[in-house]
Design a protein around this ligand. Structure first.
Ligand SMILES: *[C@@H]1O[C@H](CO)[C@@H](O)[C@H](O)[C@H]1NC(C)=O
Ligand SMILES: *[C@@H]1O[C@H](CO)[C@@H](O)[C@H](O)[C@H]1NC(C)=O
Length: 465
């Protein structure tokens, strides 16, 4: 973003901030209002979706979907949700499989009884360009995209989105997400805080990240112990996976195209024992057989939807739904330079080595800036296991000199234990979600909603029922 652009946006926003009570705020966003999504049940809240150009030449545009709160949207916060990948869609995964108001089922949409828009106005962003319906007119824009570019683009998106939705200016804002969004969320929050020093624009009230990548080695190397303790690999293979070639070494070598023979040997043994018929994102649940058979090679976190009481093939349903012409029309979405909407981008060439850049230190700087942080973890995930996240949060609390203000204990959702939690300095919290996958709101929607509600309210998780 050029300095000029930055100032223009800031000036316009200040103007809007002053005028927002008099300007009819619906005018700018009206074109993006969704009349009705094909197959959706009747609902009492508004939905919007469309594009925000993030450069002046209108060559790069990000696609968003806003599901306003079911009741009293004006009094509820704005929550941005980001999925990871990098390169996976917050619309397809977040909104339509996890915490949005609807889930596709055949040709219709069914209501999600635990949608997060019961508590907040939910904004889903497909980012960076090349993901989902977001696009660039020049395919060169898909090359060399990295964390820095993504964070900047996300910031510009929000600034310009506020021009369309001035009624949300200065609304309490939370940023949430999962997996690789353990990079996106803190990096965006950090930019907001820097921006706020000049122009107080973002009323940032907290961040929550689920099964997040925050520190490559700690996160990735928790996998071996997780596999072993859940019976997915043998004692011998565990030993090889921790002493001969650990997972972070394998991934480092893989991304550099230099996989050693030792790592090849260890990883092939690990793969044989864990089997592709076990979902690494939830080791206890069944798999969607058609999805598994169509997946030739999965090395790094790629969202898959698996569940027992939930539709394990919801990802396939989402792909079908979002590729319908009538659905795309209703969403004001366009396919530019690609023939199909995909869960994770096929055109984006992301800087994969950015996965090695730690973000736990950024999380620390947010805490220092008094931004409340929740790190939560679905405890059935072997991709970014709870053990790594718990270690990282505890280590961060020690570094910041934060004492335990809420000792490690269970929390409740209904009459059952929803998971375990610990709070440091009344500002940094860790929580597990019992029986949840990498995608917590997908596999444990009721528990996820309890967690979300407490987080928004700045309240401790229920300690009794
Ligand atoms: C924004 O909201 C905060 C409270 O969250 C309030 O203190 C502040 O005055 C508001 N600013 C504007 C410009 O309305
Ligand atoms: C993983 O392997 C690398 C390279 O051999 C080593 O430097 C690192 O300490 C190992 N990490 C763990 C947690 O075992």
């Amino acid at each position: 973003m050029s300095l000029l652009q930055c100032l223009t946006v800031a000036t316009a926003l200040i103007l809007l901030q002053t005028l927002s009570l008099t300007v009819s705020s619906t005018v700018l966003s009206r074109a993006d209002r969704i009349t009705r999504l094909p197959g959706q049940p009747r609902v009492g809240f508004q939905q919007y979706s469309g594009y925000v150009n993030i450069d002046d030449k209108k060559q790069r545009a990000l696609f968003y979907y806003l599901a306003e709160a079911e009741t009293k949207p004006i009094s509820k916060p704005l929550v941005l949700w980001l999925n990871g990948g990098p390169g996976c869609s917050s619309l397809g995964v977040g909104a339509f499989s996890e915490n949005g108001p609807f889930r596709p089922k055949g040709s219709i949409l069914v209501k999600n009884q635990h949608s997060w828009n019961q508590e907040a106005n939910m904004l889903y962003l497909e980012t960076p360009v090349g993901v989902g319906f977001s696009y660039a007119t020049e395919s060169s824009s898909y090359e060399g995209v990295n964390d820095k570019i993504t964070a900047k683009d996300n910031l510009v998106f929000l600034q310009k989105w506020f021009l369309k939705f001035p009624q949300y200016l200065n609304r309490s804002l939370f940023i949430t997400g999962e997996s690789y969004a353990g990079h996106y969320v803190p990096q965006l929050a950090q930019l907001m805080i820097q921006y706020n020093k000049k122009h107080n624009l973002f009323n940032l009230k907290g961040i929550a990240i689920g099964n997040p990548v925050m520190e490559f080695s700690t996160d990735f190397n928790s996998r071996a112990e997780y596999f072993w303790s859940h019976g997915l690999i043998s004692d011998l293979t565990y030993k090889m996976f921790t002493s001969y070639c650990n997972y972070s070494r394998y991934v480092s070598e893989y991304y550099r195209g230099t996989v050693s023979s030792m790592c090849t040997k260890v990883m092939s043994q690990v793969s044989i024992e864990t089997s592709r018929f076990v979902d690494k994102y939830d080791v206890t649940l069944d798999v969607c057989i058609p999805s598994v058979l169509s997946q030739s090679k999965v090395v790094n976190p790629q969202p898959q939807q698996m569940g027992e009481t939930v539709d394990v093939c919801v990802e396939d349903e989402t792909v079908n739904y979002l590729n319908r012409r009538d659905v795309q029309k209703a969403l004001h979405a366009r396919l530019v330079g690609t023939r199909k909407w995909a869960v994770c981008s096929n055109v984006l060439d992301y800087e994969v080595l950015d996965v090695e850049v730690p973000t736990i230190n950024i999380v620390g700087s947010l805490v220092k800036a008094r931004v409340p942080v929740l790190v939560y973890s679905g405890d059935q995930d072997s991709v970014i296991p709870l053990t790594g996240s718990r270690t990282l949060v505890k280590r961060l609390a020690e570094e910041l000199g934060l004492r335990t203000t809420g000792p490690y204990r269970v929390w409740f959702a209904g009459q059952q234990v929803g998971g375990w939690t610990q709070v440091y300095g009344n500002i940094l919290a860790f929580a597990t979600v019992r029986g949840a996958a990498h995608e917590v709101p997908f596999s444990q929607p009721a528990r996820a909603l309890v967690l979300f509600k407490a987080f928004l309210g700045g309240r401790p998780l229920p300690d009794e029922f």
